[in-house]
Design a protein. Sequence first.
Length: 345
Amino acid sequence: MKRIALLGATGSIGRQAIEVIDAHPELDLVAATSGSTPIDGLAPLTQVGGDPTALLERAEPDVVLNAVVGFAGLVPTMWALERGVTLALANKESLVAAGDLALAAHARGGGGLIPVDSEHSALFQCARLGEPESLVLTASGGPFRGRTSDDLADVTPDEALAHPTWSMGPKVTIDSATLANKGLEVIEAHFLFGVPYDRIEVLIHPPSIVHGLVRYRDGASIAHLGHPDMRVPISYALTYPDRAPTTVPALDLTARPLEFHEPDLETFPMLALAREAGERGGSYPCAYNAANEVAVQQFLDGRIGFLEIAPLVQEVLDRVDGSPARDLADLVEADRRARDLVPVA
Ligand code: NAD
Ligand code: MG
């Protein structure tokens, strides 16, 4: 039996994780949390809101699946890494923000760190065949692929929430529309695989079938293909190193062409801003994430327009003190300072 603690159980990833856990008798859900939505009839240990540390200590999980959205996922990420409990990580924001602090905790704890984000799950599987030369992350392009800035001035939250290939929670869906999601994923890949930013490429791939690709020095490239269905990477992370069966059907490669394009960095500046934050290092990625979280919420609340998200994040990156966080308290402070720099709309 593998004891699973699930954080963010009521969300998009959380609900799909419960489906995966229910399908495997050897997976035992021993603890579950959510942010504010009640959790009905799940694990014997459940909690809504608050610090999950005491719950995790009592549950003694073998695997922590962190499916919380946003910087709020920091506590369970650091708890699992520090204690050497296997971390199945959907909450990319915590790794982006904590960066070197998370890697140091991982080194001290010595446990597993298995990405659930589909692109990183793909890269994790493709990167096991040698020393990667470079990585390719794919992006669907979101609902506004092919549009120009002029087209995007008046788009509504509902239009931005209509993702063409993935069904996800609201924050990551808006991030997919701005390409901030791919920006966060470039930083996530840098920390997960130790590859420098100039060797992490992003390609727009509308069908969302090729999730990631690793290039090796002999000219070979290894790609991971599959339907856009998060139950596959969730199942991989929870049953690793076994590859348990799922009900996801086999891929029909004749269904549609697998085309790839360069991203439009002018219309979608959040991708370039993430690279800039990543290259600057220190707590700049934390500031990028914090400013983006605030700006996305303002957009979802109808207080700012879609095109105002990137300039707000740019402004915070220009003004913030991005020196490295020495410890977690420092990091929480860096997150708060970046949030405070976003003007109230
Ligand atoms: P969601 O909004 O559907 O669910 C978020 C979950 O986190 C909910 O259970 C919510 O109650 C909980 N939560 C929110 N605020 C919290 C807080 N302050 N403290 C504790 N819990 C809180 O989000 P999602 O789409 O499931 O995404 C979860 C994470 O997985 C995100 O980091 C996202 O980027 C990542 N991810 C999601 C997908 C996807 O398909 N949904 C794919 C790849 C990565
Ligand atoms: Mg992803």
